[in-house]
Design a protein around this ligand. Structure first.
Ligand code: ATP
Ligand code: MG
Length: 361
């Protein structure tokens, strides 16, 4: 175990608190994957954890989780707890801090996420997580139907872990997912998007999409044309194609999604269109349409200008040539020159442009 991690556990233990690494780090470690996110569980209360790890990056979250950074690592320290009654199939209504490590493990989602490691590297595996890692199975701790009803996000977490590691879903979990799939409709788009992004970024995304589709989750997730995830690695490009719902997109994301949709209806080889949409949108749409993206981008790169301010004449110079005061006519002339340059009729050179203006205005 890396010294930074040992030191965190050791500090808790020196202060007579019990503490273990749990979750992603232990799981990934056993799978031979490096992980920089360290989840630690302890019987120290949030206030006590805060006092012990007082630093600039320390944060206390709603449910009493304390997080901070050290070097490349992000630590999240969670007090042993029991979740009481779940609200809206997502959040516990109340959490109770407890002393029992065993009880804390029971509230967790999957066996592979409940393997613990102490500061000396000993594994504590009360739910046979290692067996499921070996057999490549995602299995809930306890009754899968109850686990999913408590928190429907676990449906997508199950598919995310299955996808990332190419694991199978335990048959009972699979049935529970099918039975509870409509609960996905009441989850927030932010959380769903986070999980789906991880599935779409995985090298095993084909398997992930097959799971989503065979379990009947596309409809409750409002996803369509899902095969488009295979044609681009660009997340915005994927979202533009696979849903009409607003998955909590930012203003910028919405703009790009609309551009990607609009460009599909245009002639992608037209220089004016290429100029209007720019390299990023061109390459995403070209990939989605399975066109020769390299060729299209190389054509775009050769455009005489990529932006208005690359036109080799200023508003003052145009006024000088025409001997006029600046006015609304400038906008029309500049737009005309832009088109003439892009279509190769006028060279982007000051004297050539001046001559064009003299001859035509
Ligand atoms: P990664 O960090 O790689 O995304 P992780 O398993 O560490 O995966 P976290 O979200 O960091 O996931 O959560 C840490 C641990 O907390 C999990 O391993 C699991 O034991 C528990 N956990 C997280 N989310 C849930 C949930 N929705 N329901 C039950 N337990 C959960
Ligand atoms: Mg984690």
């Amino acid at each position: 175990m890396e010294k930074i991690i040992y030191d965190v556990l050791n500090k808790l233990e020196e202060n007579s608190y019990e503490s273990y690494i749990v979750g992603g780090y232990v799981r990934d470690n056993l799978l031979g994957i490096q992980s920089l996110d360290i989840d630690i569980c302890t019987n120290a209360k949030p206030k006590e954890v805060l006092e012990l790890f007082n630093c600039d990056s320390v944060k206390l979250y709603d449910y009493g989780n304390v997080s901070f950074e050290d070097g490349d690592y992000t630590f999240e320290i969670t007090t042993f707890r029991k979740d009481i009654k779940y609200k809206g199939n997502r959040k516990p209504e109340k959490i109770v801090y407890i002393d029992s490590f065993e009880e804390d493990l029971k509230r967790r989602d999957f066996t592979i996420n409940a393997i613990c490691m102490d500061k000396d590297g000993n594994i504590i595996d009360l739910h046979d997580g290692r067996k499921d890692l070996k057999r490549k199975i995602i299995r809930t701790i306890g009754n899968p139907d109850e686990k999913l009803k408590e928190d429907a996000l676990r449906i997508l977490r199950a598919i995310r872990f299955a996808t990332l590691f190419k694991f199978k879903l335990d048959p009972e979990l699979k049935n529970a997912i099918i039975d509870n799939k409509d609960l996905l409709k009441i989850l927030s788009y932010e959380r769903k998007k986070e999980e789906l992004n991880k599935i779409f970024c995985s090298k095993n995304k084909k398997y992930g999409v097959k799971l989503l589709s065979t379990l009947g989750l596309l409809e409750p997730l409002e996803l369509k044309d899902i095969n488009n995830v295979f044609y681009t690695n660009d997340l915005i490009g994927i979202w533009a194609m696979i849903t009409d719902s607003d998955y909590a997109f930012t203003k910028r994301e919405k703009e790009l999604i609309n551009k990607i949709k609009d460009l599909q209806k245009e002639d992608i080889n037209n220089p004016l269109i290429q100029y209007k949409y720019g390299g990023y949108v061109l390459s995403v749409v070209s990939d989605l349409k399975r066109l020769n993206t390299k060729k299209i981008i190389s054509k775009y790169e050769k455009l005489p200008i990529k932006d208005k301010n690359e036109i080799n004449i200023s508003a003052e110079e145009i006024c000088e040539v025409l001997n006029k005061k600046p006015d609304s006519f400038l906008k029309d002339i500049l737009e005309d020159i832009e088109v003439q340059i892009l279509t190769g009729k006028v060279k982007n050179e000051k004297e050539v442009i001046k001559k064009y203006i003299k001859d035509n205005y």
